[in-house]
Design a protein around this ligand. Structure first.
Ligand SMILES: C[S@@+](CC[C@H](N)C(=O)[O-])C[C@H]1O[C@@H](n2cnc3c(N)ncnc32)[C@H](O)[C@@H]1O
Length: 354
């Protein structure tokens, strides 16, 4: 917190996206750079940690996708922001059961945090897995890009429209230099133009502009167009056509004020899936549908798989497995709050899970 206050003292004010970037990813004191935020003892838990069946369903989806592109002798899976490595570990376990696929497979992990990279390396330990610094350096395919709760952890901008003028939210210190607050500055022309081009304007509401996600989607789309493959995203998000302020901060499994403890709490925003769909289409990819997470997992057969597994389980193990599945599938829990989108080359039509 003190480090962030010092930066704000020096810079006076910074755009919201820069603030998020510092709070989460500053090399010295950014939230993701210095701790393992995951799990019961940490701040939050994600789907791969809730149930292994989540990764198992995605693994089967990957194998089916590989079959749909003609079982190429090389297939690259790129996981975006692998967290503590749970998903990759689960995927590998299932992949090993599909020998031909496994022999063709290479995995690249894109991770910005050295601290988390160490966790991933300790957990995964497989020669097929390499860590990459930048997706621009990838030069072969087909590529499956996979991100679970990756895009919601990327910095965004927030903008308002008032009486025909656009204002961007900045972050600054209060007069006594003790508290962090929002400040509104006139948005620059290029930002306004970008918002207008994406048709994001809606009077009175907060417009969220996912500046970093847009860069990633551009780079990823370029690779898919060039090498074939697709992008599969699981994330917190919404489909309704309404601008809204979705920024939130979490620590120890509880919500807190965005500015109360930056550097020590997670900061996320929900994904505007219709906007992602629009951007991916503009990038020349084919996006059929945005599915709820429970729809995707059920279509992949998660309940049937759980029933098979339950036959060899004690009552206690069964209860535990179905309790975890409820968290993933219940519409009031992750089932509807999380959405899934798949983007692929324009002439391709793989639709498993959707
Ligand atoms: C919310 S966590 C999700 C972790 C994991 N996918 C899961 O589901 O448990 C976000 C992850 O993305 C990583 N990350 C965020 N921004 C990144 C960037 N620009 N490049 C690479 N990794 C990034 C974080 O360090 C973290 O591993």
């Amino acid at each position: 917190m003190n480090e962030i206050i010092n930066i704000l003292k020096e810079k006076k004010s910074i755009p919201l996206d820069k603030f998020i970037n510092i709070a989460l990813y500053n090399k010295k004191f950014g939230y993701y750079m210095k701790k393992n935020p995951f799990g019961k003892e940490g701040d939050f838990i994600t789907a791969p940690m809730i149930s292994n069946l989540f990764g198992e369903m995605i693994a089967i989806w990957c194998v089916s996708f590989w079959e749909s592109v003609g079982k190429p002798s090389k297939i690259l899976l790129v996981e975006l922001g692998p967290g503590d490595g749970s998903l990759c570990k689960n995927l590998l376990k299932t992949f090993k059961q599909f020998k031909n696929f496994y022999n063709s497979l290479e995995i690249n992990l894109l991770e910005t945090s050295d601290k988390l990279k160490l966790l991933q390396k300790a957990k995964i330990n497989n020669k097929k897995v390499k860590w990459v610094k930048n997706i621009n350096n990838i030069n072969r395919g087909p590529i499956i890009f996979l991100g679970n709760e990756f895009f919601d952890a990327l910095p965004i901008k927030q903008i308002y429209k008032r009486k025909k003028l656009f204002f961007e939210k900045y972050v600054a210190l209060s007069n006594d230099n003790r508290k962090i607050k929002f400040l509104h500055k006139k948005a620059n022309d290029s930002l306004v133009k970008n918002i207008q081009n994406l048709n994001l304007i809606s009077k009175g509401n907060t417009i969220e502009y996912p500046v970093e996600a847009i860069k990633f989607l551009k780079g990823i789309s370029k690779k898919i167009n060039k090498f074939d493959g697709g992008l599969l995203i699981f994330d917190y998000g919404y489909k309704i056509k309404k601008n809204q302020d979705t920024m939130q901060s979490v620590a120890k499994h509880r919500y807190l004020d965005l500015f109360s403890n930056p550097g020590h709490s997670d900061i996320t925003s929900h994904i505007n899936f219709r906007l992602f769909q629009k951007i991916l289409k503009k990038n020349n990819l084919n996006v059929k549908k945005i599915a709820n997470q429970n729809e995707f997992l059920k279509k992949m057969g998660i309940l049937e798989r759980a029933n098979i597994l339950s036959k060899k389980m004690t009552f206690k193990e069964k209860a535990n497995m179905f309790y975890r599945l409820k968290r993933l599938l219940d519409p009031k829990e992750m089932g509807h709050l999380f959405k899934v989108i798949f983007a692929q080359k324009k002439n391709k039509n793989f639709s498993l899970g959707f």
